[in-house]
Design a protein around this ligand. Structure first.
Ligand code: SF4
Length: 239
């Protein structure tokens, strides 16, 4: 049986509180989530710092901003053709449906809101759930590439479909937005520091429960060929 609470405790013990999402306001969370695609967090913070310095980090100001000016400010976040248009489009939507008021925006039915977010240009499930969890404070589990890699190596699931993995966590954890937020952040920390493309299993805080590690341990100790099977089963390195 998968004991997610025990895994959470081990990860928390190893990496400590993550204090996610690193942002001063809920709107900043949204902007960060929208800019995160295919770049690093340090590049996103650079782009957000530009917006703050210019005093334009509000839905209304970004919704009305000419694309060339917005492009210049968020250029560090990359994808300079699509990200400015998507960010402005999102802000225009926010102004249109809730006058830019996040309390009003999020004070709606979760399912309808998630469908609405997913209908917007450039908003996939990971971005939508990040916005709903960290800005909207809804208990919805965020899945990313670190989650897929970690869960598959642990032997929790053989698939990488977003909704199936989200359901895997949500059916085993009670709906708790703080815990969901912290668990996701811990998985990211674990994926960056230990469960890397070439994993550092010997020092991993959850290796005792990991199928991938068990397989390789068996192989190293000459206890059978499970290691090879595990390797085949877990051929999913994300570089
Ligand atoms: S034991 Fe290795 S493969 Fe398993 S979770 Fe830890 S680092 Fe990842």
């Amino acid at each position: 049986m998968v004991d997610l609470a025990a895994v959470f405790a081990r990860l928390e013990g190893a990496y400590g509180p993550q204090h996610w999402w690193p942002a001063e306001t809920r709107f900043e969370v949204i902007v960060g989530a929208l800019l995160m695609a295919q770049t690093s967090w340090s590049k996103v913070t650079e782009a957000i710092a530009n917006l703050k310095r210019a005093g334009v980090l509000t839905p209304q100001t970004l919704a009305a901003m000419p694309i060339p000016r917005l492009r210049a400010m968020i250029r560090p976040a990359g994808l300079y053709r699509t990200k400015p248009r998507r960010l402005r489009g999102f802000c225009q939507h926010l102004v249109q449906v809730a006058d830019g008021d996040l309390d009003r925006f999020f004070a709606r039915d979760f399912g309808a809101l998630r469908r609405e977010l997913l209908s917007l240009d450039g908003v996939g499930p990971e971005t939508a759930d990040s916005i709903l969890l960290y800005a909207g404070r809804f208990p919805t589990f965020v899945v990313d590439a670190y989650t897929v890699r970690f869960g598959r190596r642990m032997g929790w699931f053989p698939y990488d479909r977003y909704d199936s993995i989200k359901a895997f966590f949500e059916t085993r954890l009670r709906p708790d937005r703080d815990r969901y937020g912290e668990f996701h952040a811990l998985i990211v920390a674990h994926g960056k520091r230990t469960c890397r493309p070439r994993p550092l299993c010997a020092r991993c805080p959850v290796n005792a429960a990991c199928a991938f590690y068990a397989g390789n341990e068996d192989k190293r100790s000459g206890r059978g060929k499970i290691g090879d099977q595990a390797k085949r089963r877990h051929r999913f390195y994300i570089e």
